[in-house]
Design a protein around this ligand. Structure first.
Ligand SMILES: *Cc1c(COP(=O)(O)O)cnc(C)c1O
Length: 473
């Protein structure tokens, strides 16, 4: 846009916002099984929204100017530490930032010449991002292809004098399974290496599932050898986005995550996080959500989540051709198909108003669809199963996506370094993918099938091009 010459009214702006959102997936109601977390309790949402707005313009940059942020952060971090085995925490904007700080702290505490981070192939890309930003090399270890968990012996074999950190997941996102935290942490401790538990998605879920009766192995800072843990409140904490906590067992390690600079003539910088100027809105939202739900609220959501997950797993197993991957301890469920193209299934479900998240094949794990079961899922789980069954039957009848001969080789062979965005968009249009803004959602099965056939580095290059095209010149 060009800046409007005169100011516009709030009414006009809000009307325009709802027009802009017309193709968005719904954030409430449970028909979108990724990205959004819904308690199904509007009063909790209302408390969070109002607290968020109340804190919106407060800046976390200077704790002496706004002591409210120190008190609120101490309360939020304290509540998380209480449940996850103690420690010294930092409130961050999300899992990625929590992981970034855990990797930075480990790197700075270690002083290795060529720092390395050892993790399972199922670990979240936030570790690869942190390693990339921080000049750390990633050493990825395969997982057992029946359980999708890393084997402690494989981690041990990957350690060397330059290893600054070992990471495991509780649970890993792709299959929802919990790595053998105690065993891996013992291996790391034996080698004198810190161990981070990525409980971004599970930290505020597994404790409540355990209280509801699920068998959850110990995974937090109370486990010997675990030195840090990340827990996203904007996932199963049900807080508005921008809320996560990273906890360190050792206060010196937390200090290694901090940053200070007096190297300029302006105000002295002291930052606990990557961001410097930072709204206290997300902190207010998380603080209010924790208190509005309370322990009872989370246990109740845990019960509903556990019941919905059990029903979903049983229901999927009963649909011919579908199979749940592994034995998830959490409420993240991934399933694959035999004789059913899961990418076609996802499009069919989408046409029926349900979003299931496609996951590409990787490291010997087949392509599959991922469902994050939350507190609100239980109310609609039978409807979800009905849609999955219908979509599976239709996908079986339609058969797998048939790509034009040679298309994958063509894409794999593209010289993306020399191609400009316009040519890339034209090429996408030629294979039926319209990247112009405002066109809504295309059928994704063909796109997913092409991506699935490409090696990971080519997938990355193609998708970066996609980003560059959709955001335009
Ligand atoms: C979501 C997630 C992350 C990254 O968190 P963001 O909040 O999206 O930055 C890291 N690890 C796991 C296991 C996750 O599920």
């Amino acid at each position: 846009m060009t800046l409007p010459p005169a100011g516009e009214t709030t009414g006009d702006l809000l009307a325009e916002l709802s027009r802009l959102k017309r193709h968005d997936l719904p954030v409430r109601g449970g028909q979108v099984t990724a990205y959004v977390y819904d308690t199904g309790r509007p009063e909790v949402n209302d408390a969070a929204t109002r607290a968020y707005l109340e804190m919106l313009e407060v800046n976390c940059l200077d704790p002496t100017a706004f002591p409210s942020v120190v008190e609120m952060e101490r309360q939020v971090v304290g509540a998380v530490a209480d449940v996850l085995g103690g420690g010294h925490g930092i409130f961050t904007s999300g899992g990625t930032e929590s992981i970034m700080l855990a990797v930075k702290a480990a790197r700075d505490a270690a002083s290795a010449a060529r720092p390395k981070l050892v993790l399972p192939v199922t670990a979240h890309p936030a570790f690869h991002k942190a390693a990339h930003y921080l000049g750390v090399e990633v050493v990825a270890v395969p997982v057992d292809l029946k359980t999708y968990k890393v084997r402690p012996g494989d981690v041990e074999a990957a350690l060397d004098a330059d290893t600054i950190l070992v990471a495991v997941s509780a649970p890993s996102y792709p299959q929802g399974v919990v790595d053998p935290v105690a065993e891996v942490a013992a291996v790391a401790a034996g080698a004198g290496v810190p161990c981070h538990v990525d409980a971004c998605v599970g930290g505020w879920l597994l404790p409540w599932l355990r209280e509801a009766g699920a068998a959850i192995p110990p995974f937090d800072l109370s486990v010997p050898g675990v030195t840090s843990i990340s827990c996203d409140l904007h996932k199963f904490g049900y807080a508005p986005k921008g809320a996560s906590v990273v906890l360190f067992a050792d206060p010196a390690m937390r200090r290694a995550a901090y940053f200070a600079s007096a190297a300029w003539p302006g105000y002295t910088i002291i930052n606990a996080t990557v961001q410097s100027s930072r709204s206290a809105g997300p902190l207010g939202g998380a603080w209010a959500t924790l208190r509005a739900l309370g322990r009872e609220g989370y246990v109740e959501l845990g019960r509903a989540t556990l019941a919905a997950t059990a029903r979903l797993r049983e229901g999927i197993a009963a649909i011919p051709g579908l199979r749940v991957l592994g034995e998830p301890e959490s409420s993240l469920v991934a399933f694959t198909g035999a004789g059913i193209d899961v990418f076609v299934l996802a499009d069919e479900a989408r046409a029926r108003g349900w979003f299931l998240q496609p996951q590409l094949s990787y490291a010997g794990i087949p392509a599959n669809l991922h469902i994050t079961v939350t507190g609100v899922t239980l109310a609609g789980v039978e409807a979800m199963l009905k849609v999955i069954a219908e979509s599976a039957a239709t996908a079986r009848a339609r058969g797998p996506v048939e790509l034009p001969e040679g298309l994958v080789d063509l894409v794999a062979g593209l010289d993306l370094d020399t191609m400009d965005d316009t040519s890339f968009a034209e090429l996408a249009a030629a294979v039926g993918v319209d990247l112009r803004p405002g066109t809504g959602q295309p059928e994704m099965a063909a796109v997913n099938t092409i991506l699935d056939a490409l090696p990971a580095p080519t997938r990355e290059a193609v998708l970066l091009r996609f980003l560059s095209v959709i955001y335009g010149p």
